[in-house]
Design a protein around this ligand. Sequence first.
Ligand code: NAP
Length: 543
Amino acid sequence: VAIPVDDAEEIEPALESARAAVRDGARLVEWRVDALVDRLLPDRAAEALACVQRLVGESPAPCIVTIRSASENGAFRGDDTDRVSLLEAIGAGEPAPRYLDFELAAFDRSANLRQKVRLAVAHDRQPRDLKTSLILSSHDFGSRPADLQKRLAAMVVEPACAVAKVAWRARSLRDNLEAFELLLERGKPMVALCMGEFGLMSRVLAPKFGGLFTFARGTDTRETAAGQPTVRELRDQWQFDRIGPATAVYGVIGWPVSHSRSPALQNAGFDALGVDAVYLPMPVEESWESFKATLGAMIDFAPLTLRGVSVTLPHKEHLVRFVRERGGTLCSLSERCGSANTLLISKDERACALHAVNTDAPAAIAAIAHALPGGSREPHALLADKHVALVGAGGVARALAFALTDAGAEVTIFNRTRERATALASSIGARAQVGRASVPPPRGSRFDVIINATSLGMRGAETEGRSPLPDDFEFVNDCVVMETIYTPRLTPLLRRARDGGATVIDGSEMFVRQAEAQFRVWTERDPPSGLFRTTLDALEPSS
Ligand code: NAP
């Protein structure tokens, strides 16, 4: 856990934060004292030393002392000679930290600084018996530095450097793969991390590739680099303590994806069944090119052991194209509707096989069938000849239209953009008709089932609070109304439908069922009954 300490008054609360982080599972504390030291040097060096020694002495776990310079996003703006003199006193003093961190750029700048830093730490040529080791570090907050390899080589050949640390802001998920490659080829103990929203994978999977440590923040402290999870998140959400070389990797690819509840559900499933796997959010920008390059690189980087992904907006059609281009196989539904949300990656020593599946539509169909009278029967038997109003003609609506037609339902498609509705209707055959207006269905329509497969009413969307049906739409009593949206649980559509006497199904039914189906595709096992439901309910109370 990295704990910033900005002035002497903050020492006590900082120690308390560190103790809390250690209770949460942190095993090493980084004291980030740059701002504190910046206030005190050069005139009050003895006071600065006393503050740092108090932190070291009372640290609840072995610690790193870092006085990060402003040139690498730290708060220390003073003179490097003063900074190094203080580091020397800290390293050679008592109590001494386990590590001192110093930037390679400053180390490289002058022979005098190098000499003083070497004197402050334990290494083969150090004549004194010291307890502190040196971390040489390099940070780039813009992107991957062009001379990354050169920087690492300089750290590796430096005899006083015990740990080489490189961190840079990732521009895409692919940067993480390079960090993993560096770790696998490391010439000495190493930390290689990617910062920012694309970098979470490098922080969580560090133990899989032999990274010496990762950095997290305390629950009540600010991050010291972009994208740091809290210690608790690392442990509880990202299974950090269980991750090792053999851990299989899964994730959800989408844009945006940080809000996704899928990681919570799938990780709970892996944890409950003792599956050595972790599931991560994988942000991939909208374009086909980004999708193809990123997913391709992750599959081809064998040490990642990527075994499956969920794919969400806007990439479901890209997944089908990707699998076709790579000679993989598709389930019959994704083959016909052109969109899939689940990828299974099976690998043996010689080959990698890809299989894509659509679990969205079967999940929605099962949820509807469950709510219809006689719900324990085969979904197909229940849906035969039912009149279904399907609002929307996007990816989910498309898959649903095919699956509903397969089940024998009479589908009417309503959509804002008429051409999309017409195109979808013609591709599913004679049973579908295009709605007269787009949204909403004409007054007086009688449908056995109404499904909202648009984003109308979704929390955070421009259309939050809106319903795809007119306010005075009359629901008949035996009508089933299903939402695909699951935040909020009770959308305006469902509230009106419920008040109008219809049977309502919120979007979480579909979400939980499609996630359970994905878990089965990947593990060939059922997740514990009710686990995904209770995990989602804990995150999204249904009120
Ligand atoms: P999509 O491909 O982008 O399609 C969006 C649909 O919504 C289109 O039909 C679009 O109409 C319509 N729409 C968007 N804004 C509208 C507006 N202001 N007024 C009228 N219509 C509007 O999205 P998708 O992947 O099909 O997803 C549809 C919904 O399903 C989303 O709400 C998503 O959250 C939800 N979903 C739920 C689950 C689950 O497990 N519960 C899984 C996946 C998706 P146009 O054709 O006119 O643009």
